[in-house]
Design a protein around this ligand. Structure first.
Ligand code: FEO
Length: 372
């Protein structure tokens, strides 16, 4: 996992999600590393013609797209590397996500920053529901190919891409299980397991205030409690031979777990210390199936209130990156409340009609896992 950490004598190197204001700095890293890494592979005239302004414009567009994610490596307040990823741009049944670009300035190469960036991106993609990862690298860029091979990338075909007037061959590398990249170790980060010295925006430790840290940790716990409760509900339905309801609730339990991981990764990426609190025993007795889903609705309403409160706190604390992160949760809660409310309404309609109840069990059993 990735967290803010000191590295090397310069110290103060951290990985964090990119914001729109990083576009210019990312563009400079992008152009400069192309000029050094692609020398002798791509025509010198083309490399000279690259424009920071053009790259910045494109980066701004990318950063505004919610389906993509970008992380930067920052050293002493300067962006020295970045990685960006999102859905696979080619229709490829085998790999659903693609690492579009990853670059680290030459002066910072060999310190584990590339690995840390890959781990951060993989972690975010996995939390968003992606399962596998593909990337394309210039076929003649031997150092980069060795890097991807060292991360366990397997050959995934070849294609040609245009650089100015040249068509250059690219090699594909794939990871059928994105989870294998999430746990990439960061041996070059000696301080990776050290807890932050205290809430701070300036000392190279946590990029969140103490209040935000505590509140996000609490929400991680809330999401895990939700996951645990849905699991208990699922088991209860299964014991009652309503396997469709059980399946729906089991998937919901997995989604709540993913919500917790999303927040957990947010804290780690901001250099915050994760504190996992105890989870109490969930309610396991329900009189009817209707009562199960009424409890589910009540739980979602409670979670929505907590997300609202967290957003309010983020505003107060000027935690802008948390506000962006929570926008996803606000939208998700609208969906989740609606699903639970619709199901409860149907229970009210069908009352105790066993045929209708079995039909509803079948309907909910057709739920498949969702992305995000
Ligand atoms: Fe993650 Fe349904 O709250």
């Amino acid at each position: 996992m990735v967290r803010g950490a000191g590295v090397g004598p310069a110290g103060g190197v951290r990985i964090r999600p990119a914001v729109l204001e990083d576009a210019a700095a990312i563009a400079r890293v992008h152009v400069d590393t192309w000029r050094t890494a692609y020398r002798g592979i791509v025509s010198a005239a083309y490399l000279r013609s690259l424009s920071y302004g053009e790259f910045e414009k494109r980066r701004r567009e990318r950063l505004a797209r919610p389906e993509t994610c970008t992380f930067v490596a920052e050293a002493r307040g300067q962006v020295v590397g970045f990685a960006t990823a999102g859905p696979n741009r080619l229709a490829d049944a085998q790999y659903d996500a693609e690492l579009y670009a990853i670059y680290v300035r030459k002066a910072f190469a060999g310190r584990g920053l590339g690995r840390a960036l890959v781990a951060a991106v993989a972690s975010r993609l996995a939390a968003d529901g992606f399962r596998s990862l593909l990337l394309w690298v210039l076929r003649d860029n031997a150092p980069s190919r060795r890097f991807y091979e060292s991360l366990g990338g397997i050959p995934a075909g070849e294609k040609s891409e245009r650089f100015g007037r040249q068509d250059l061959p690219h090699a594909g590398y794939g990871w059928p299980e994105i989870s294998t990249l999430q746990g990439v170790a960061l041996p070059a980060f000696p301080a990776q397991n050290a807890p932050p010295s205290g809430p701070s925006h300036s000392k190279g430790a946590a990029m969140v205030t103490a209040k935000v840290l505590e509140a996000v940790n609490e929400q991680i716990n809330n999401e895990l409690v939700s996951s645990y409760t849905y699991l208990a509900m699922s088991a209860h339905c299964s014991n009652g031979h309503f396997h469709g309801f059980a399946k729906w609730l089991r998937i919901q339990s997995q989604e709540e777990y993913a919500h917790a991981m999303k927040l957990l990764d947010f804290l780690l990426n901001r250099g915050g210390a994760v504190k996992l609190n105890a989870i109490g025993e969930p309610k396991v007795k329900f009189k009817t199936m209707q009562e199960v889903f009424e409890s589910a609705l009540a739980q979602e309403l409670a979670v929505s209130k907590r997300i609202d409160a967290l957003y309010e706190l983020a505003q107060k604390e000027k935690a802008f990156s948390l506000m962006v992160e929570l926008q996803w949760f606000l939208t998700e809660q609208v969906e989740e409340e609606k699903s639970a409310r619709d199901i409860v309404a149907k229970f009210h309609l069908i009352k105790n009609d066993p045929v209708a109840l079995l039909e509803m069990d079948r309907e909910l059993g057709s739920r498949g896992p969702e992305k995000g």
